[in-house]
Write a protein that binds this ligand. Structure first.
Ligand SMILES: [Zn+2]
Length: 83
């Protein structure tokens, strides 16, 4: 009788193990198709020097007289400076 119980316990443990594996698999699958938040929220700003649009987080910023200016590169930032 105790052997039967032991087998039953093993069987239940195996079933529980399968359920946990399926549960973890579903959780992992649900997490996968999330796109990068940067592309979703990406705000485009204009580089006034070369008239191109760049992502705000990739742009170089500089505050001039209370106005925030955006530049695509260090070169554009240098060119914008009044000489
Ligand atoms: Zn530029």
């Amino acid at each position: 009788m105790s052997f039967f119980r032991f087998v039953l316990f093993l069987f239940l443990a195996y079933v529980a193990f399968l359920f946990i594996r399926i549960y973890l698999g579903l959780k992992r699958a649900g997490r996968r198709p999330r796109p990068a938040p940067r592309q979703v929220r990406g705000e485009m700003v204009k580089d006034e020097i070369c008239n191109t649009y760049i992502a705000r987080e990739e742009a170089l910023t500089e505050v001039r007289g209370g106005v925030e200016c955006y530049f695509c590169s260090e070169e554009c930032r240098r060119r914008s400076k009044p000489s």
